[in-house]
Write a protein that binds this ligand. Structure first.
Ligand code: S3P
Length: 182
């Protein structure tokens, strides 16, 4: 019997802070489960014809958030897939409600020091530009953890390699679905 079959019935939405691996883990998870992969940030970029950083600087964060909400609503109408959301997406109450009703949500969680180290390697995140990553992440954790805590499944990733996290996510989802088959 295919142990992954029950995991293919609903979209799996990954939520959590910047740098936790939503996109890289999501892509590998999709591969492992033989599901399509969608990245909300990339879809917003495609729809806007510019990068997330350019959307923030040229159109403003509110425009990005509105685009993000619309894109995720559209993706959630598609057949089951693995969806990597941007770190702020689950903070929108409409998006959160939609994800809850149409997907199974997984909060990928890691120590802020680990995330700060990872995000420092890239310059592409507008919310970090010119700021101390750890301080930004601490502020976001305070504001966002209550909402992320509403996810169906929480996976503490530590600093593990992505393929290890993928196995953890599969196990946690299998346990969750076995407890409440739907
Ligand atoms: C954001 C996270 C980013 C991106 C945008 C805003 C946030 O996505 O959506 O820069 O508010 O945390 P990642 O979580 O994939 O870095």
């Amino acid at each position: 019997m295919d142990r992954y079959a029950p995991l293919r019935h609903r979209t799996i939405a990954l939520v959590g802070l910047m740098g936790v691996g939503k996109s890289s883990v999501g892509r590998r998870l999709a591969n492992a489960l033989d599901l399509p992969f969608r990245d909300a940030d990339s879809e917003v970029e495609a729809a806007a014809g510019r990068s997330v950083a350019d959307i923030f600087s040229e159109l403003g964060e509110d425009a990005f958030r509105e685009g993000e909400r619309r894109v995720i609503a559209r993706l959630l109408e598609q057949p089951p897939h693995v969806l990597a959301t941007g770190g702020g997406a689950f903070m929108n109450p409409l998006t959160r409600a939609l994800i809850k009703s149409k997907a199974v949500s997984v909060w990928l969680k890691a120590d802020l020091e680990v995330l700060a180290r990872r995000v420092s390697r890239k310059e592409n995140r507008p919310l970090l530009a010119g700021k101390d990553p750890l301080a930004v992440l601490q502020g976001q954790a305070e504001a966002r953890y209550p909402a992320y805590g509403e996810a169906d499944v929480i996976v503490e990733t530590g600093d593990a390699a992505h393929h290890v996290t993928v196995e953890q996510v599969i196990q946690a989802l299998s346990d969750h679905l076995a407890a409440r088959p739907s």
